[in-house]
Design a protein around this ligand. Sequence first.
Ligand code: BG6
Length: 515
Amino acid sequence: MPESQKTAEPCVMVIFGATGDLTKRKLFPALYNLARSKFLPGNFAIVGVGRQEMTTEEFQQQMHDNLKEFAGANPDGELLQWFCSRTSYTGGDFDDDKKLFHDLKELLAEVCAKHDIPENFFYYMAIPPDLFATVAKKIVKNGLGREEDGHWRRFIFEKPFGRDLKSAKKLNADLLAILKERQIYRIDHYLGKETVQNILVFRFGNSIFEPIWNRNFVDHVQITVAEKLGVEQRGGYYDTAGALRDMIPNHLFQLVTLTAMEPPVSFEADAVRDEQAKILAAIQPFSPEDSLHCVVRGQYGPGEIDGKKVPGYRDEEKVARSSNTETYAAMKLSIDNWRWADVPFYLRTGKRMSEKHSSIIIQFKKAPFVLFRDTPVDRLRTNRIEIHIQPDEGITLHFGAKIPGPVVKLGAVDMDFNYVEHFGEQLSTGYERLLYDCMIGDATLFQRADMVEASWEIVSPILDVWSAIPARNFPNYESGSWGPHEADELLEREGRSWKNPTSETSATDLDKRKS
Ligand code: BG6
């Protein structure tokens, strides 16, 4: 949350896809948390829009039950009541602008009058991406998108924003034909995570890190977003997307740009986003050869997670039995600028991995001279800063220290900062800050059109090569491992290795992999 609390202006949040999973698990609990910490305006209301026909009372009941389940232990009964009294619903076919959008317009007028809310609306598109432009157009066509008489209209779009450069450009063009860029909020929920926001504070709010945050001191950077889960019920979507599209041009590139960007001139939205965009522009494009040599793809086979047997990707629901979709991707990025020339950024993400773990590791160069010749080489650790994003948010600094005793021997030690230990448990879904920022009109943590397109531009050549040359060795990693061995080779051939959270790659882990 921002330090100087500013209650959002009175407004109505209109959720398209109001009966879906995202609304139930994230959006309602996030709104509830905002209300509990007094960030929501008193004059606030929610209008749910879905395909299902349902009365407002039925929707309120659903919301009440969902909040009880997903808003943490013992939600406040009075607050739940307040929420329900502020919630309405209308259902129908999103393609039919006559009935649904006409009903919506009437409902919004009624809600504004009842709760004394000026006509400030923000629309949350928790719907399939192929409906984004259609729904936005119908909102505008029905007079609900134009900003007049000092009232604002904002549109939040969930990811995926396009599935390649061409589709992202088309979607941007369709939306920008009817809306202003400042009305469009392209959400990436990674920017709602505390530690991700903390990267900027850590780098630019302290004077000791920035002088060493460059090619003179940093050997390389590793960014890992590993999940234990498989594709769950999302096989239909995932089989047409894959790990690269699903995670890299959005979540992982956000982490890259925040880690690599220059200090912005201010924390105004465009000042920050300009610096992020410069990093995307400095990432070296992938030639077809690079796509084969600097990028690795993988697909999980059956295996064991937490002692339970789990099926391989090809046996998941709604996944083709001969699917060639990747569930793992790793790559080496080069950022061609003064600060980062010759400092590789290694990225990896995968499903059904050994642990749920996301982190950024800044690996520093070795000390220039080994003074401690009696110390076994494996104890001579290089320094690294680890930014833990999840599950335990925090920051660790690794360095060497003398092991007590009469001879000089070095051991590796950690200096740890853990968010929960320091600040206590914060109930957060990761969406609070993003919803709040949209309500106050701050787009800093949202993606701009040029950033989305630049990200797709980087990964599109890889997708092209992969579709032209399908993988021949899938599945190539066992569920519960740390991914395919080719990903280890990607670093090993440059004398480096991935830092896995539990151990440096163990023998059992290596055994689990198929060659
Ligand atoms: C989503 C992806 O954007 O992010 C999912 O579509 C993935 O496939 C999820 O599981 C990961 O988010 P988090 O916050 O659990 O790391």
